[in-house]
Design a protein around this ligand. Structure first.
Ligand SMILES: *Cc1c(COP(=O)(O)O)cnc(C)c1O
Length: 305
């Protein structure tokens, strides 16, 4: 899988932006690969390389039933001619939701475990049990964040993005944020919007960054005020925002990650958080595969691909 040499960046025009004298653009990582959308592409890149070097023919990873990471790993394994196993939290229910049925159709073996077992996902004893069950594999942690993933996400922005004063991105586990934090310049600022409820994310991010050999030269900030109730939770104003964003710009957002990030950015622009003449780049991290399942699960109409 090759990362395209240029990733599309689209400028957004809107009266609010003009009135605040702010430039806003969006980097379309959702378009980097037809299956492995968004940041997951970058997180998998060096892990796939290592799996190949180690001569592994199987990837094994963990995720929830609607996981973008499970979807992306199944796609990447298929593209690379590797086998893949997804350890899924919860019970198998038929028919499978669109995320899981797609993963299975790509050849991923789905193995369902209860929540208690799932919690052991990082424990050596559990991993060894999985090795007894499935044979040898290359292990990718839940959400795909490890050192190699962060090396990959450092490649999202580079010299082409030197014109921007601010970057905004969604945070799940923080691997993408950490890579971006390491690649910005001293005169640039990164703001991450946590899609999970709670203040733990501040220390998680500090831990991720301190584990890395690189130090951030730019400034960064974690915002934990736009989680809309927590991971996978939403409120009507978030749904309305995603619909309006689509009407205004023709760009689809997801309600789990990118919708919250874009809502937060828009709200902070309204509240004059950004100085006039700021040039903001939103990173669209993808995740749109999940919209079909979200609509099925909630009955709420959202734009889809
Ligand atoms: C996984 C994911 C994120 C979060 O990435 P982390 O590196 O875990 O913080 C953000 N947006 C989308 C669309 C994702 O799928």
């Amino acid at each position: 899988m090759l990362i395209p040499s240029t990733i599309p960046i689209q400028s957004l025009n809107h009266p609010l932006l003009a009135s605040k004298n702010i430039e806003l653009a969006i980097m379309r990582l959702d378009l980097v690969h037809p299956g492995v959308s968004g940041n997951k592409f970058f997180k998998l890149k060096y892990n796939l390389e290592k799996a190949r070097k180690e001569g592994k023919d199987t990837l094994l990873t963990f995720g929830g039933a609607f996981s973008n990471h499970i979807f992306a790993t199944a796609e990447a394994a298929k593209a690379e001619g590797l086998r893949s196993i997804g350890i899924i939290r919860g019970e198998r229910t038929e028919p499978l939701n669109p995320t899981l049925s797609h993963a299975e159709s790509l050849g991923m073996k789905l193995h369902f475990v209860d929540r208690e077992t799932y919690r052991m996902k990082a424990e050596a004893s559990f991993i060894n049990q999985l090795k007894d069950l499935f044979g040898d594999f290359y292990l990718i942690p839940e959400g795909g964040t490890n050192k190699l993933a962060i090396r990959g996400t450092q490649e999202i922005i580079g010299e082409n993005e030197s014109q921007f004063s601010h970057f905004v991105v969604s945070i799940g586990i923080g691997g993408t944020f950490a890579g971006l934090a390491a690649s910005i310049s001293p005169n640039q600022k990164l703001i991450g919007f946590s899609s999970l409820k709670g203040e733990f994310i501040h220390s998680e991010i500090e831990k991720l960054l301190s584990d890395q050999p690189m130090l951030s030269e730019g400034r960064y900030e974690v915002n934990s005020e736009y989680h809309f109730g927590g991971y996978g939770k939403y409120k009507q104003d978030l749904i309305e925002f995603i619909r309006e964003f689509y009407q205004n710009f023709g760009i689809v957002l997801d309600p789990i990650y990118t919708g919250k990030m874009a809502f937060g950015t828009w709200d902070l622009i309204k509240k004059d958080f950004f100085e006039p003449e700021s040039k903001i780049l939103m990173i669209h991290t993808g995740g749109l595969q999940g919209n079909v399942g979200f609509i099925e699960r909630t009955g709420i109409k959202l734009p889809c691909l």
